[in-house]
Ligand binder design. Structure first.
Ligand code: ADP
Ligand code: ZN
Ligand code: ZN
Length: 854
């Protein structure tokens, strides 16, 4: 039978109206006038908003899952909003009818309001927000199913059914559970639509969206140690594999073992052939998890923790709370105990964390406390994992979702609490693609819509959050420009001023690297750091070395003529990376990913004398190997953690004592809570201090204090060695004193003087194009167009100007900055319309509240 959706639709529609006419006789009076619904179609590569007409017998609400005719198919769609006025350009007669409601209340009711709010504030289209919030193809993979409800069918009643309904019924009865996919039934039964409507009206069947797939068992290779080796017959590598297995309790996943030992699977297979190990498949859970999971009981809280907890649990409705606790003060324990009653009340909690590198350890702590009610949601999940997690979230059962930025859009029902851990972290802000949203802002809206508390936790709160608890006129700014907008705190302030068990904060020793050089030490390690590294092994302790950059050296330059090797696509120098020690070297662009082999001679003058400047993680690893061959180090940066599960593997390795040092970038600053870490070394703080950005100081301060806070979290006291060429810098001074308060006050003064956030609002309009002239012209035109509109709005226009790095990935970049001080109450002009002025060869991004102007 040829399936003709249009004919089907027309006849289906008629029958609905006929039914209505028959049942209440008011057919003429109720010709639908305001019964349209905007739906999101998301299947077979299409994602878009479409308008449909709603049959009278259906009561459609935002968040329902519908089926609608689309092209020649019937597809799943999400009802976004009811439309009372059709857009003028829409031809009424072309509007098709909603076919049916598959599942009502699938999404939380305020969910779409949240997405609309994001689109409005961040000046982007609704669809762009949808793309961030929803995993693609959510509905494409969901199946509509029809299930028989035999208990509701009176015996013998089916004899009087119309043919289609009867056929459908007998079809369903053939199956043991009385349950088929709608797709299948449509192919089996003529006029299946009509038959289904009949049966649904009688309540004899139900239509539903296939519930979350039960976790499909997935097998993975595990390696188990089975025999003790006679040592002679083994290579050192094979011996190492057996040692690692022994240390890890006799078995490990093959993949993990290969990562830990840096060997190929053939080495392990050889061991299996010799009979030392067996390799066999074992079941793993599809939700990201480790091999084993201990259980964990709530700790007895310190009095500061108790006060914080009591305040949070007493909150009803929306409130914003700043939990300011020094590193190691037990913030996470407060989160855990605040979540327990939420779950007991049948509600869910959402926990946002900055980066994925930090989730394995934190997730483990949550899993140990709450078991399988914990879901992890972040961008590194595979499609399958993401999809399963999503479906589980929609199931409505009380649960804890831990995730990064985009998890703020997790479609949880009955939200009882939102927590942003390390709320100061800049990874909560999306730079691109649009919407350039900040998860903290969205969290505030979401908590307001859900009427639940929002807890912002940090050892180094952002200035934005700080002035919410210390409104401007309470802060000593010493600057008359700073007038308060409101004087009542917009958030509650809770403080954990001490580490748990009164452990001391680690002393921070600042080392002046200029003096080291003067006194003849040319190593990248100061004498203090060298001494500390030597003692590490003797004392059986562990350390972290922080370095701002990955790779080996920041740039390569010719000693004879000064030529610097640059990226052909971007206006930046290439960084030097070593692929293998002793193997080939490459030069890479950290902006666009371009890479080339290391030239033997200067491309400009032919001189063989090329020098590497600046140091990155690889360089530090190399120096360590030369100066401290007895120390084992693990490199922990975005190069070494690119593969799935690598974060967890490396951190577990380190936690198990398989290395003495963890050498890494930014990632080290976040969430690592290891009691055996006593030493933290900052190899060079200067790279952080001198960035030309208005937030550089704030970010440097936060990063340094956070990395310092990784030390001395256990029984043994910690120490921090901070190397710098600018020991007098205010940031270094404040870090050395662990003095958040005075740093923040000085920084706020500076911001107030220039009306920078949090005392002003910034809007950055970023333009880019392959064509240098086109982008400059567009920037000038847009600025001209904006100028007359922004004065009244209280904004000041700066630029247009080329971006700090003018060319990236062959695209030329210009920007326009709008700035408004909070004193001038203004409203942003409609920026969306700027897109119409912008030629198609130029791309335009509107970044509201940019965190960086670079
Ligand atoms: P933060 O998140 O503030 O850095 P954590 O919650 O990670 O601090 O706590 C630091 C360490 O102290 C963790 O190992 C944690 O298990 C432990 N801890 C937290 N609260 C207590 C407590 N009340 N009693 C004992 N140990 C605690
Ligand atoms: Zn040269
Ligand atoms: Zn580049």
């Amino acid at each position: 039978m040829q399936f003709d959706p249009d004919r089907q639709l027309v006849s289906g529609t008629r029958s609905v109206l006929a039914d209505v006419a028959e049942s209440n006789g008011i057919y003429e009076a109720t010709v639908p006038t305001s019964r349209w619904v905007e739906v999101l179609v998301d299947c077979s590569g299409v994602q878009g908003l479409y308008t449909y007409q709603v049959p009278l017998n259906l009561s459609v609400h935002p968040g329902d899952i519908l089926t609608v005719p689309f092209g020649t198919q019937q597809v799943g769609a999400i009802a976004i909003r009811v439309v009372h006025q059709l857009p003028a350009d829409l031809d009424r007669s072309s509007i098709r009818w909603v076919e049916d409601i598959v599942s009502s209340g699938f999404f939380p009711p305020s969910y779409w309001a949240l997405l609309h709010q994001v689109a409005d504030y961040y000046c982007t289209s609704f669809m762009q927000v949808v793309r961030v919030a929803l995993p693609p193809g959510l509905l494409g993979r969901s199946q509509r199913r029809i299930r028989l409800k035999p208990e509701t069918i009176p015996p013998g009643a089916d004899v009087f059914l119309p043919a289609a309904a009867q056929h459908l019924l007998s079809c369903l009865r053939e199956q043991k559970q009385g349950d088929y996919t709608w797709h299948y039934l449509q192919r089996q039964v003529r006029n299946a639509n009509r038959g289904l409507r009949d049966l649904l009206a009688r309540g004899w069947v139900e239509s539903y969206l296939e519930p979350p797939a039960t976790i499909r068992p997935k097998q993975q290779q595990a390696v188990t140690l089975v025999a003790e080796p006679p040592l002679a017959s083994l290579s050192p590598r094979q011996q190492e594999i057996l040692d690692v297995l022994k240390r890890r309790g006799g078995d490990l996943w093959l993949q993990e073992l290969l990562q830990v030992c840096h060997v190929s699977s053939s080495v392990v297979k050889a061991l299996a052939q010799k009979g030392y190990v067996v390799i066999q498949p074992r079941e793993v859970l599809r939700f990201e998890a480790g091999l084993e999971m201990g259980s964990d009981r709530p700790k007895r809280l310190t009095s500061a923790q108790s006060t914080a907890l009591a305040t949070i649990t007493a909150l009803t409705g929306y409130s914003s709370v700043l939990l300011h606790g020094v590193t190691g003060s037990g913030k996470t324990e407060v989160y855990l105990q605040a979540i327990t009653p939420i779950l007991q009340q049948g509600k869910s909690a959402l926990v946002l964390v900055p980066e994925i590198g930090l989730t394995p350890q934190l997730t483990d702590r949550f899993r140990a406390r709450f078991g399988s009610n914990v879901r992890v949601y972040h961008s590194a999940l595979s499609d399958g994992e993401r999809y399963d997690t999503w479906r589980q979230m929609l199931s409505g059962t009380p649960q804890v979702v831990i995730g990064t930025r985009s998890a703020i859009f997790a479609p949880l029902h009955h939200l009882g609490l939102i927590i942003l851990d390390e709320e100061h972290d800049s990874s909560f802000k999306q730079d691109q693609p649009a919407p350039c949203y900040h998860a903290r802002m969205v969290a505030e809206w979401r908590a307001t819509l859900a009427q639940c508390p929002l807890v912002l936790g940090s050892a180094t709160p952002s200035l934005e959050s700080w002035i919410k608890v210390n409104p401007p006129d309470l802060v000593q700014t010493g600057n008359e420009q700073c007038v308060s907008e409101s004087t009542a705190p917009a958030a509650l302030y809770l403080s954990l001023p001490e580490r748990v068990q009164a452990r001391p904060m680690p002393p921070i020793q600042v080392v002046d690297m200029r003096q080291e050089l003067q006194q003849g030490n040319r190593s990248i390690f100061s004498r203090s750091l060298q001494l500390a590294l030597k003692q590490l092994k003797e004392r059986g302790q562990q350390g972290l070395l922080f370095i701002h950059r990955r790779g080996h050296s920041t740039f390569v330059s010719c000693r004879s003529c000064g030529y610097v090797v640059e990226c052909p696509n971007c206006d930046v120098s290439l960084s030097y990376h070593q692929i293998h020690s002793g193997g080939f070297d490459s030069l890479r662009c950290h902006y666009c990913g371009y890479s080339r082999s290391h030239p033997r001679q200067c491309p400009d003058c032919g001189s063989p004398y090329l020098k590497h400047f600046g140091s990155g993680t690889q360089r530090v690893m190399q120096e360590l190997a030369e100066q401290f061959p007895e120390l084992k180090s693990i490199r922990f940066d975005s190069d070494t953690t690119r593969t799935k599960g690598a974060h967890r593997t490396l951190l577990t390795q380190f936690a198990q004592g398989e290395a003495d040092l963890l050498v890494g970038t930014q990632m080290l600053t976040k969430g690592i809570d290891l009691p055996q870490v006593t030493l933290v070394g900052v190899v060079a703080a200067d790279g952080l201090l001198h960035l030309a950005d208005y937030r550089a100081s704030e970010r440097a301060f936060q990063t340094l204090l956070q990395v310092a806070g990784r030390s001395g979290r256990g029984e043994e006291p910690g120490q921090v060695i901070l190397q710098t060429y600018s020991p007098q810098h205010t940031v270094i001074q404040a870090v050395q004193q662990h003095d958040y308060q005075s740093f923040v006050e000085a920084e706020l003064d500076k911001r107030a003087a220039l009306s920078y956030p949090p005392y002003g609002q910034l809007v950055l309009i970023r333009l880019s194009s392959i064509n240098a002239d086109a982008v400059q012209q567009a920037a000038e035109q847009i600025a001209e167009r904006l100028r007359p509109t922004i004065d009244d709005a209280g904004y000041e226009l700066l630029g247009p100007a080329p971006a700090a790095v003018i060319r990236v990935s062959r695209r030329y970049r210009w920007q326009i900055l709008l700035k408004r001080s909070l004193q001038s109450p203004g409203k942003l002009p409609a920026l969306e319309s700027l897109r119409t002025v912008c030629p198609s060869s130029v791309s335009l991004t509107i970044d509201i509240d940019p965190l960086t102007l670079m």
